[in-house]
Design a protein around this ligand. Structure first.
Ligand code: BTN
Length: 243
């Protein structure tokens, strides 16, 4: 569609009979693009990719957040394939190019009793955006800004879906992230770096050692013990400026 409020919202509201797993909603512009933690996602017309994929996976709700990491890795692979660029991932699912954010992913889920009803994986990828607000230009970038030319949106979209499908098949067999864990860790910007973990009422520092097969960030604390971080907020110091 040309314009919508939010592709994630549309994907969540799509009539049940139409919400076949694998359905993809793509818009040229969003008036109420949603970001993580209640933020908005600036979604200017025409230039960027705004899409939401509907899935109805046959596993428990606790496993669903792994799909976000799976999508992040698939987008990184697709950009490497199409543009020969090395993307880095900021755990769990921000994609960085030259230390600036180029893509964000927001996964939302509905429940049907105790089972997953629908999982919607929303991807916002800055493709041909030229101008960012002053505040945003310090922390965000687009493919066009980095490769220096207009980039074909449809080709990138097709490659993302191709990579995701391949990875999703492996994920469903393994029922965890072990098939992509090593590849993900190779491009993880946090790996070997000091991170600051902010949890409810708790803050500590440690060294991030990469994800395990469940997608949890392994953080070695100053006393040598290792914590597996799943839902905590992680910020990285001294690497780039947007945290
Ligand atoms: C983030 O905060 O990093 C996540 C941003 C996710 C934005 C995408 S754009 C397409 C989809 N529809 C939305 O409303 N949000 C996601």
């Amino acid at each position: 569609m040309k314009e919508t409020d939010s592709t994630n919202r549309q994907a969540m509201m799509l009539e049940e009979a139409l919400a076949v797993p694998g359905t993809l909603i793509v818009a040229g512009q969003q008036s109420q693009g949603r970001g993580r933690r209640g933020r908005t996602w600036e979604s200017s017309p025409g230039t960027n990719l705004y899409m939401s994929l509907i899935l109805k996976p046959d596993f428990s709700a606790e496993q669903a957040p792994m799909l976000t990491l799976l999508m992040a890795y698939s987008v990184a692979q697709a950009l490497k394939e199409c543009e020969q660029i090395e993307i880095q991932i900021k755990w769990p699912n921000d994609l960085l190019l030259n230390k600036k954010k180029i893509c964000g992913i927001l996964t939302e889920m509905s429940m049907d009793g105790s089972e997953i009803g629908r999982v919607v994986i929303g991807v916002g990828l800055n493709i041909n955006e030229e101008s960012f607000s002053e505040a945003l230009s310090k922390i965000a970038t687009s493919l066009k800004r980095e490769v220096g030319r207009e980039v074909e949106k449809a080709q990138i979209l097709a490659e993302i879906m191709y990579k995701f499908e391949e990875n999703y098949k492996e994920f469903c067999k393994a029922k965890d992230l072990s098939p992509i864990m090593d590849g993900y860790n190779q491009i993880l910007v946090n790996k070997g770096k000091e991170v600051c973990i902010l949890e409810l009422g708790n803050e500590y520092h440690g060294i991030a050692h990469g994800i395990n097969y469940k997608g949890e960030l392994q953080v070695e604390k100053e006393d040598g013990t290792v914590e597996s971080i799943f839902a905590g907020e992680v910020s990285v110091r001294g690497i780039y400026g947007y945290v």
